[in-house]
Design a protein around this ligand. Structure first.
Ligand code: 3AM
Length: 188
């Protein structure tokens, strides 16, 4: 990433009832660094560092997307990072509308000239991050919470917007700035 580049990603914005339910999960886990309520999202594409000219084209491409709202259903929690867990995420059901939107966003990014690696899309909402190594007590607490609530199911409300975000890396964790928001409108 060169000087002047913007670190970008595109994400689905969460409806209020789902954000609130996920905040309760964060409170229950009580370990690590919580993702602030306004920052909870489902990443559709991580775009890394891009120059401002690319951002303008990308914005035009994203503005042209016409897709329907996405029903968001959480099915389970997962500890990411294998032997060195670095975050807890809520897994989101990959319904056809969500898969289609993710493909459209990736296509828009490529049409804007962004070299987007092909990766399997596993929709999730990151709830907590562990910037340092987890303490044994932290691990125990998480294990106990996952045993009791790891299969949580939250039947969702609809996401009606997605956004282009700039991520500012700061010592206390990333700060997300929404650069633009795009509507998902009902068909017909
Ligand atoms: O919060 P989630 O998990 O949805 O993990 C980063 C975050 O995703 C991911 O992009 C989102 C916004 O920062 N991310 C950061 N660096 C990444 C990378 N090098 C990355 N995803 C893929 N490759």
């Amino acid at each position: 990433m060169s000087r002047g580049d913007l670190r970008l990603f595109v994400a689905l914005d969460l409806p209020e009832p789902l954000r609130e339910a996920l905040m309760d999960v964060q409170d229950g886990l009580g370990v690590g660094r919580e993702v602030p309520e306004d920052d909870l999202h489902v990443t559709l594409a991580f775009l890394d560092g891009q120059n401002p000219q690319v951002v303008e084209v990308l914005h035009d491409m994203l503005s042209a997307i016409r897709m329907v709202p996405v029903r968001l259903t959480v099915k389970g929690l997962e500890l990411f990072g294998g032997r060195r867990p670095n975050l807890v995420a809520a897994l989101v059901e990959k319904v056809p509308e969500l898969a289609a939107l993710q493909e459209k966003v990736a296509q828009a990014a490529r049409m804007a000239g962004i070299d987007l690696p092909r990766r399997r899309f596993r929709p999730h909402v990151t709830l907590l991050r562990f910037p340092g190594a987890l303490s044994p007590e932290g691990r125990e607490r998480i294990a106990a919470y996952m045993a009791a609530h790891g299969d949580i199911a939250l039947d969702g409300s609809e996401a009606v917007t997605f956004s282009l975000y700039q991520s500012h890396l700061r010592a206390g964790g990333p700060v997300y700035e929404a650069l633009a928001r795009y509507p998902l409108t009902a068909a017909g």
